[in-house]
Design a protein around this ligand. Structure first.
Ligand code: WTA
Length: 645
């Protein structure tokens, strides 16, 4: 077993969890009084305009309700609540691609959010429950838009700017969005890039529900203007800086965020107001030891859940300073992040293993050139972190004094689930350690029996928690099937994450990766079915199967096994170019094939199911241990193996 690293105590001042006794005590409190403990935390951390009458209502499980009948406001929690005492403190520190900064106080944030809420209400007639699609770069207006939606009860659906127009269109249509908020584009690596053309293209093919497209001008590059377009900078000037707080029901929807599943159609994960914001705020405080006077930097994009919970909602609910960064970590050089840490005296830095591996590879000695002594906590998320990357992060970036929090969670969980608590949990490289207090994470077999120590089992959450996914937008059946169809515990269906995990003698949890047909490329989830559905669009292809192949930087890369209608009709290289063009148009650059092989057939069972596990073993160069006698043509395995060497 690898070495254990204890938190360096003197870097944490007045932490909530001083030592593991504090952790054990809170876990015990939850064990003894689950609902009451959540209720206490909700009362302490959220302002209730009208108190809730019941902490957890499971009468219609798994459609659970938290903090029933309570009235509150997420925008109030994130902005207005801080104005009396901390209005002049910095809420957002924006760093542009070119290195220029804007320091925005909570007072200024409030004014901008209010103006945006007035714009949405008065000009676009957005009402509670309307869906607003946000297709934006990492700029301040993206945050105003999200918070303005929260302020008026509109449901935002942020679509990552790297998704193609056709992926954007699917999400607009599924959510029946009334408004799309976008930008002309922004800057990356010193050059302007564009977003608006993708919106134009999406709008040109069936997005009838959209009444307006609000365009923010960031790079002022020429764009097409369409009848539904209007410009934020022109309309915002006349909007009032005040907006009367509207109080919402705890269970009113806050946002949708589309994520990949095991079918071709992305799922609109729905989060509701009170439970989500409670957990975003608590995990900020617990996991990162974040305090209002700190400066917190999460390098994610707001298009992912990490950006929602740990750039926008968690940090602002906790009244801290959150960094919004337009650029990329490697521009102008591999020291960019460390320069920013020094300049802004960052307390907590949160990124993905892919970025760590890339920064390690391209700038191993860069951290040494900067003063990183402000750092207390280094976080990772999205994929397993390998020991060499962990070691570099710990020793070279953290100078062997910062705690590393390897946070396991998902779009569906809203916030961290299994993670060290920076101020108290002893850590081990590559290990997510323990469930957070209140989270009943268990490694079990499908029938609920605990998986023995050291063996892979199903990572399930056996009790509801406040920031749990509420449903899949417009598809309750799929919600139940996707998350509650695989595992039971204590005789009841329980939430299965889709991830495998292992537990050790000290109850520490190590995540072993997805058990379903989802590939994790650079920490981004992408369903094999989605990719295969696009590949089918190529008229030369008869069938295909894609799997994840281990990759030095990306963690996993997409590897395609392609069966052609006419085997010799195209070369491998030309086919790859052709397929990647389709994938880029259909989904976006994150779905590109890293490598392909043209095969005569796929390993299929007699009922026609593709045995992806065999293909996964082949790309990893592992021996085939699966029983292949049930295959329609067992010989195909050795044929494919030969083609792959
Ligand atoms: C994976 C990102 C290992 C996992 C917050 C999960 C991780 C999926 C970790 C969710 C981690 C997330 N170690 N794997 N610390 N964190 N994952 O929805 O497979 O984009 O199911 O949410 O990322 O990805 P999502």
């Amino acid at each position: 077993m690898s070495k254990i690293y204890k938190p360096v105590k003197n870097i944490f001042k007045n932490p909530i969890f001083k030592d593991m006794d504090d952790y054990d005590n809170l876990v015990k409190k939850f064990d003894e009084n689950y609902e009451e403990t959540w209720g206490e935390l909700a009362k302490e951390n959220i302002f209730w305009q009208k108190p809730f009458t019941k902490v957890l209502d499971e009468s219609n499980a798994p459609f659970n309700k938290w903090f029933k009948d309570g009235k509150m406001s997420v925008a109030y929690e994130c902005v207005d609540k801080h104005l009396k005492t901390r209005g002049e403190d910095i809420a957002i520190l924006f760093e542009a691609d070119d290195g220029t900064n804007i320091k925005l106080t909570y007072n200024e944030l409030a004014k901008n959010v209010n103006k945006t809420a007035n714009l949405f209400t008065n000009v676009y007639e957005i009402k509670k429950g309307d869906r607003v699609v946000v297709y934006m770069p990492m700029i301040l207006e993206a945050i105003y838009t999200m918070l303005a939606c929260a302020k008026i009860g509109a449901i935002h659906s942020v679509v990552f700017g790297g998704f193609s127009s056709s992926a954007l269109r699917d999400r607009i249509i599924d959510a029946k969005a009334k408004l799309v908020v976008t930008a002309d584009g922004a800057y990356r690596k010193g050059k302007p890039y564009m977003l608006k053309p993708a919106v134009d293209e999406a709008m040109s093919s069936g997005c009838e529900s959209v009444q307006n497209v609000c365009v923010i001008r960031r790079n002022f590059e020429p764009i097409e203007t369409n009848p539904k377009d209007s410009f934020y900078d022109e309309l915002i000037q006349t909007q009032k800086e005040t907006f009367q707080t509207v109080w919402f029901d705890s269970e009113d929807p806050l946002f949708l965020l589309y994520t990949s599943g095991s079918t071709g159609q992305p799922k609109g994960v729905q989060h509701n107001m009170a439970g989500y914001i409670l957990w975003a705020k608590l995990t900020m405080k617990w996991v990162f030891d974040n305090k209002p006077d700190d400066t917190f930097w999460c390098t994610a994009d707001i298009g992912w859940i990490t950006g929602h919970s740990y750039i926008v909602y968690g940090p602002l609910a906790n009244g801290t300073t959150t960094v919004v960064f337009e650029g990329v970590p490697t521009y102008p050089d591999a020291g960019r992040c460390w320069k920013m840490v020094e300049q802004h005296k960052i307390d907590q830095f949160y990124t993905a293993p892919t970025a760590i591996r890339m920064l390690h590879k391209t700038g191993e000695d860069e951290p040494g050139k900067y003063d990183l002594s402000s750092l207390r906590v280094l976080g990772t998320v999205g994929e397993p972190i390998d020991p060499p990357a962990w070691k570099w992060y710990y020793e070279t970036v953290g100078n062997s004094r910062c705690s590393i929090v390897d946070t396991w969670w998902q779009t569906e969980t809203g916030g961290h689930m299994v993670s060290p608590i920076a101020s108290c949990t002893p850590i081990r490289p590559g290990c997510a350690t323990l469930p957070l207090p209140g989270i009943q994470a268990k490694i079990i077999e499908q029938d609920g029996t605990p998986t023995p120590v050291g063996e892979k089992g199903y990572l399930c959450i056996t009790k509801p928690w406040p920031s749990q996914i509420r449903t899949i937008w417009g598809d309750e059946k799929r919600f139940i099937k996707s998350y509650f169809g695989d595992c039971v515990y204590g005789g009841k269906p329980v939430y299965f994450s889709g991830d495998g995990a292992m537990i050790d003698e000290s109850d520490y949890i190590t995540i072993t990766g997805r058990t379903d047909d989802v590939i994790n490329v650079s920490g981004h989830r992408i369903g094999t079915a989605e990719i295969e559905a696009s590949i089918k669009d190529c008229d030369m292809v008869a069938s295909s199967a894609v799997v994840g192949k281990p990759h030095e930087i990306k963690g996993e890369a997409i590897f395609g096994f392609i069966v052609l209608k006419d085997e010799n009709s195209i070369s491998k290289d030309d086919l790859k170019i052709k397929l990647n063009k389709i994938l880029k148009e259909d989904i976006g650059a994150i779905a590109l094939l890293d490598d392909i092989v043209i095969v005569p057939d796929l390993p299929k069972t007699r009922s026609g199911k593709i045995m992806r596990r065999i293909l996964r073993s082949i790309v990893k160069g592992e021996a085939i241990v699966q029983d292949i006698s049930t295959l329609e043509d067992p010989n195909i395995v050795s044929v494919i193996e030969k083609l792959c060497v």
